[in-house]
Design a protein around this ligand. Structure first.
Ligand code: NAG
Ligand code: NAG
Ligand code: NAG
Ligand code: NAG
Ligand code: NAG
Ligand code: NAG
Ligand code: NAG
Ligand code: NAG
Length: 329
């Protein structure tokens, strides 16, 4: 089934870090030489051409794959439009990031506010994903699974029709433009800590889906065309029930997905029990779980974002707040 392809995230190129320092440098130079701003606009409320301590700068990137790495005094993140399945012809995507000049965000692990606006026509049924714009957790991995004690995440996002952030996620409006997309955390695992950092080489991919919008959006191992959405196992966190789906993809990577049965646009919880449950099933001796990873394996990569399949009109995915806090023992 062609739709199986849609669960695989691939980073086409390594993100190229551009720091806020560099952006400010460019901005100041252009101001000094009388040229206009190069990024979508400085939400500067303080006035003046030199950024003040509390200035917030909007950085925009519509490239295929070029990372934005805002400097932070806390947890570092890299944001990437990652249009890995886009041919550069029809449609497109722009990533906006609001970076704080003082390098300080709401909490030690808070990310800057960001959003993507995109539109793509329906793609090849065998390759329906155009992009996985995402925010990647830096400086934490690789970590051996048995050494992790907590994967705390909290977020607040909306998906809406148009070029601006919507205040709510209105399913009826999204259906009207045939939006197909998910919202997910993505992790790669391997017994080798170097390979665990590679989305192509890692033996396992582990995902947590917080939304599956549109009928074509389904995890590997699930068939939505049956009345009963079968899941091997359910686990509830923060009042949200996640169902377990898994299968091997055609290049032999074993893909495990925990999928929420409802749209979860606000969440505060620890995802480690989902990882732990996978390890427990792996040790159960049951044939069905024989290929599950083990707790001596490493998580080498973690990111969170939205897989963009298609939409008839522009849609905007806005992430007003996001924080990921991984603790090891
Ligand atoms: C940093 O800038 C942000 C955005 O203006 C502001 O909300 C925050 O209070 C500032 N923090 C510090 C420590 O100056
Ligand atoms: C974030 O990156 C900066 C610059 O590389 C570094 O000084 C800082 O220690 C990093 N923060 C964390 C929490 O690793
Ligand atoms: C749709 O979004 C793209 C990418 O953000 C943008 O370039 C384009 O102007 C938008 N189209 C319309 C009609 O607003
Ligand atoms: C979208 O946001 C831009 C920039 O903030 C604003 O100028 C424009 O009026 C907004 N459009 C709508 C339809 O709200
Ligand atoms: C892990 O993979 C790297 C890269 O392929 C390789 O160089 C290294 O020898 C491997 N380590 C182990 C312990 O197998
Ligand atoms: C994947 O593994 C191959 C063979 O060990 C190695 O040559 C390659 O560099 C690895 N790729 C990444 C992205 O680590
Ligand atoms: C299977 O997963 C690997 C690793 O992510 C990826 O390179 C490959 O394209 C996937 N294959 C298919 C058919 O989706
Ligand atoms: C998990 O929950 C879903 C949705 O409520 C239900 O359809 C399914 O039967 C449950 N699966 C198991 C294994 O309990």
């Amino acid at each position: 089934m062609g739709l199986r392809f849609l669960v695989n995230f691939v980073l086409l190129a390594l993100p190229i870090g551009i720091t806020l320092g560099v952006l400010l440098g460019l901005q100041q130079h252009r101001d000094a030489t009388g040229q206009g701003p190069i990024f979508g606009g400085d939400d500067d409320t303080g006035g003046g051409s030199t950024p003040d301590n509390d200035d917030v700068l909007k950085v925009q990137n519509c490239d295929k794959s070029f990372g934005i790495h805002p400097e932070s005094k806390g947890q570092n993140y890299t944001l990437n439009p990652n249009q890995w399945g886009w041919d550069g012809k029809q449609g497109g995507l722009c990533l906006d990031v609001w970076t704080n000049n003082n390098k300080t965000y709401a909490t030690d692990t808070s990310a800057p506010e960001w959003q993507v606006t995109w539109q793509y026509d329906q793609g090849d049924v065998d390759a329906p994903v155009h992009a996985f714009p995402n925010i990647k957790v830096e400086d934490v991995f690789p970590l051996q699974i048995k050494d992790i004690s907590n994967i705390a995440i909290d977020f607040d996002w909306t998906y809406g029709v148009g070029d601006n952030a919507s205040t709510t996620t209105d399913d009826t409006k999204l259906k009207a433009v045939t939006l197909n997309a998910n919202v997910a955390m993505d992790m790669f695992l391997d017994s080798n800590k170097t390979q665990a950092a590679s989305s192509t080489n890692a033996t396992h991919e582990l995902m947590v889906w917080f939304a599956a919008l549109g009928t074509a959006t389904q995890p590997l191992g699930m068939t939505k065309d049956t009345v009963t959405v079968y899941s091997a196992k359910n686990v509830t966190i923060d009042g949200v029930k996640f169902g377990l789906y898994f299968d091997e993809n055609s290049s032999g990577q074993f893909v495990i997905t925990w999928m929420a049965f409802e749209v979860v646009d606000t969440f505060t919880g620890d995802l480690y029990p989902l990882v732990e449950e996978v390890m427990t099933l792996g040790k159960s001796g049951k044939t069905a779980y024989a290929k599950f990873p083990s707790d001596t394996d490493y998580i080498g990569y973690m990111s969170w974002g939205t897989e963009a399949y298609y939409s008839a009109k522009n849609v905007t995915f806005n992430v007003a707040s996001l924080s990921i806090d991984v603790k090891s023992s």
